[in-house]
Ligand binder design. Sequence first.
Ligand code: SGN
Ligand code: CA
Length: 512
Amino acid sequence: MRKTSSVVYVLTFCFLALLSTAQEKRPNILVIFSDDHTEQAISAYGSKLMQTPNIDRIAKEGALFKNVFVTNSICAPSRAVLLTGKYSHINGLRDNSPRRAFDSNQQQIQRVLSQYNYQTAWIGKWHLNTLPGGFDFWRVLPDQGNYFQPDFVHMNKDTVRHKGYVTNLISDFALEWLEGRDKQKPFFMVVGEKATHRNWMPDPQDLAEFENKEFAFPANFNDDYKGRRAAADQDMTIDKTMVLRDDLKMGVDYTRPGMFGRMTAEEKAVYKKYYDKAELEYNKVKDDSVALLKWKYQRYLRDYLATARSMDRNIGRILSYLDSAGLSENTIVIYTSDQGFYMGEHGWFDKRFMYEESLRTPFVMKYPGKVKPGTIVDGIVVNIDFAPSIIDMAGAKVPEDIQGKSFAPLLAEKPNTKDWRKAMFYHYYEFPQPHHVAPHFGVRTERYKLIRFYGPYDTWELFDLKNDRLELHNLIDDPKMKALIVNLKAQLKTLILQYKDEEALRVFNDNK
Ligand code: SGN
Ligand code: CA
């Protein structure tokens, strides 16, 4: 009897020990999820605008994904896709409207991973019009959040104002949580950055970072939008839409409450000195529309990139922490953004359109020992793939109703891409505010893009990305394209049916 019980004891011990080794082996997963940070501003993607050494380090030590696309190029919908692995019409969040909130009770990455002993956290920008659900820890910016002295909603639902610059504070809280977490369990943490979102308020120490750099306009800056009605109809140009005070910081009254009023006296003094000098330049060009537009473009890029400078430095801080805590070896680090952004392409800032700059999103990741440094992934990855890939790499079972697919097979040294998708489906809804971009959906293959706009008007656009990377020539009425259009429409319909998008199907079937 005694013998039996000691055997049982030893066996139980061995089983538990085995179980805990298996659990220890599960990788930690850290996702750094920025806002509006685009490939054109990341040196790993060949940016001519600035260097981003810390984001580049992730790519160098792991993989750079060259073709990652979002399903709906705005903030809240993209976050909902990240969490659920499902299109907007399935996860319920089609736009940023404060009238609609994300249903936090639905299945999400953190809820799945919690079943596998993961400790989960979301820190920083959240922007889902509801509070996080299913995380062990969260601390989030309300709505869009502020750059200076930002409020954070704490888990007890108190809104607390913290002193400091938002990007530094988000890293402080992330490192604090990492340090204090239960070290027996693997973790899944999302760091939600506010940078590089409008109105691009840099950390005072970075204000002059790009002062002496002259940025050339992109080749399609002066787009005349010929043959593209929706593109002509938008309200997101650097020339006309950008706001002189809030975006370009001219004539700011620092005594007024609001985003500038939140700064400390010292911060205000640094800002005032810097932008007073910029105002001297502005006064010289303000009556000359050509010179003024050039000046606006420089100011836009300098401020946007300076917020990215702080973010890249803070990513460096987080990577150093992982190194020094001995966590780097067993932690998957992913850097990505909610979508891309226009850095003057087509004359724009903002996103929303299915054109390349905002359809794409940067994605780099490292996974020491599993992903070979310098790996390049060419396959078409969509943000619905993020959740299933994370769940899969954690060694957990991917729920069947998730619409994306794990991209893990693409990370193999010799990936078998035969069965991987050859086309992706996009659907954008938010209209008319804030930037008057008509609703549209479409298909993008390796070479072509077919878009159907609806709502205010019914128009189709077709681009050959091989011969027209700048997307200036809509080929929809070109008789030589007839067969191709039939083929792309068939692919589009297949995807609409596959993803069960009834709204798109209705519009598609109206034959307009
Ligand atoms: C704000 C911005 C818009 C931006 C949306 C959505 N205006 O409304 O330019 O498109 O957010 O951005 S601002 O004057 O308030 O800066 S998103 O990243 O949240 O989708
Ligand atoms: Ca965004």
